[in-house]
Design a protein around this ligand. Structure first.
Ligand SMILES: [Zn+2]
Length: 95
């Protein structure tokens, strides 16, 4: 079984299943990305927006310095970030 990069490992339970965390009210694209299991939602209260990953197994949220920071107004990640970005971009262009 393949495992993800070490930085994606949950610091609480050790699971490697985690998702980038989206904060704020999700627009159409963010909602679609959520339906496809690409991202998780943190909620509309963005006090904890520095937390950018969520564990799929224990729901622990933490700050991953390599994880993307979303800017959905431009539909671009703030940080360089490839595979998920390409899938989101494809979603955007398919509309
Ligand atoms: Zn966990």
């Amino acid at each position: 079984m393949r495992t993800g990069p070490a930085h994606c490992k949950c610091p609480q339970c050790g699971s490697v299943r985690s998702l980038p965390l989206f904060w704020g009210y999700p627009g159409d694209l963010a909602q679609e990305a959520g339906r496809q299991g690409l991202i998780a939602f943190g909620g509309c209260m963005i006090d904890d927006a520095h937390l950018n990953r969520k564990c799929c197994d224990c729901s622990h949220r933490w700050e991953d310095p390599d994880a993307p920071v979303f800017d959905w107004s431009t539909v671009k990640p703030v940080r360089p970030w490839s595979a998920l970005w390409r899938r989101l971009r494809a979603l955007w262009q398919a509309r």
